[in-house]
Write a new protein. Sequence first.
Lengths: 118, 106
Amino acid sequence: EVHLVESGGGLVQPGGSLRLSCVGTGFDVSTSYMNWVRQAPGKGLEWVSVIYSGDNTYYADSVRGRFSVSRDSSKNTLYLQMNSLRAEDTAVYYCARRYDTTGYYVYWGQGTLVTVSP
Amino acid sequence: IQLTQSPSFLSASVGDRVTITCRASLGIGSYLAWYQQKPGKPPELLIYAASTLQSGVPSRFSGGGSGTEFTLTISSLQPEDFASYYCQQLQSYPLTFGGGTKVEIK
C-alpha cells in the first residue's frame, strides 16, 4: 500500500530556512513523479514543484530560486529545501505521488505546517 | 495556464444537482483533474482526464468538457459531499489549480 508522510514543518523567522521531508512506503520515490503542493490557511491549493525522471525539476514562479526539490533513494524520501522564507510561504505543505497508469495524482500525504513569522 | 472556477461558493440542499465550472486560459485538451477536499485533510482525486471517474468514487460524480471549458457535476448531493472542490490542469508546467468552490448546506 502506498503511503506518504511529511515532516519538518514548524515556526521559522522571515529570511530563514527549513527542509521538509516526505517518506514514501509501498513504492520507489526515486523513480516516481513527485510533487509538492501547498495551501495557505483558509486558501486554495497552490502547486509548488515537481521532480521526475532523471531528477528533472520544475517550480512555481513564486518559489523559483528559493526552494529546491530533491530525493534520496537510500531513504526513499523526497525533500523540499526552502530558503529565504517569507510570510506568504506560510502554509500546509503536501507531497503527492503520480499514479503512473493514469498520470494523475492519486496519493497524497497528510501535510506538514510551515509558519513564517517573527 | 490559469484556471478560473465558478462559482467560488455554492449553497445547496441534500438531493440537489450541482455543477461547477472550470475555465482554462489556454486549451488543455483533456488534461484536467477534479479533487474534493474536506477541512484538515489532503485533496482526494475524484475525476481525471476530464471525465474518467477515479476508482472508488461514487457514480453521482461526473466530469465533462475539453479544451478550455470543463464541468464537475454531482447528480444528487449527499451530506458527505459538502466540501471544497478544485480543478487542476496537467497539460504543462507549472501545474495550476483553480481557485476552488466551497459547497455548503443551504
